[in-house]
Design a protein around this ligand. Structure first.
Ligand SMILES: C[S@@+](CC[C@H](N)C(=O)[O-])C[C@H]1O[C@@H](n2cnc3c(N)ncnc32)[C@H](O)[C@@H]1O
Length: 165
């Protein structure tokens, strides 16, 4: 094996960073009332974490195929089913630029594919964020008008990214 870090090391870094960045972003945007968007439900671990910590704002989940833990499955009226390449533009008509926090964890195991996808969805995500809102992502994003925010303590560089409008 040539890499200094094992897959287990990388996975742990990603999980620890995801939690640190989500906790930071939830606290930072706590006074905002706009909706929160979870892009990619997966097992529902990050959704479950967000639901435990977010009290004052609705959380909407974007997912193409729900396969989450029963504890971590959003109600139908907070689930936006379909491919985000279609549901994000459609949601702009409905929500406008109101999201206080957007979390995206849409990637799989292929870094090149994840990067290409991040480039494609960045311009679809950017207009949904309210002024002052934060976007947390497991992949580097390619925004025109959002600024990258330094990571909070506990997060590992390159494993999670935070952007502010
Ligand atoms: C890595 S998982 C998310 C894991 C989640 N953060 C957790 O803690 O359990 C990625 C999810 O994104 C979803 N996804 C990937 N590409 C998508 C797309 N184009 N549209 C909608 N959902 C997508 C997948 O179906 C998968 O459920």
């Amino acid at each position: 094996m040539s890499d200094a870090q094992s897959r287990l090391d990388l996975f742990i870094d990603r999980m620890v960073s995801q939690r640190a960045c989500l906790d930071y972003a939830i606290a930072d945007t706590a006074k905002q009332t706009g909706p929160v968007f979870e892009l990619g439900l997966g097992n529902g671990r990050t959704y479950h974490h967000m639901m435990h910590r977010i009290r004052n704002r609705p959380v909407y989940v974007f997912e193409r195929a729900v396969a989450s833990h029963p504890d971590s499955t959003p109600p139908d009226d907070h689930l936006i089913m379909g491919d985000v390449r279609e549901t994000l533009p459609a949601s702009l008509d409905h929500f406008g630029a109101t999201a206080s926090l957007i979390h995206a964890d849409l990637g799989g195991h292929n870094r090149k594919k994840n990067d290409a996808f991040a480039r494609f969805v960045s311009p679809l995500i950017e207009p949904l964020l309210a002024i002052g809102g934060l976007m947390v992502s497991s992949d580097r994003m390619y925004f025109e008008n959002l600024s990258e925010v330094p990571l909070p303590d506990g997060a590992v560089e390159g494993r999670c990214f935070i952007y502010r409008r």
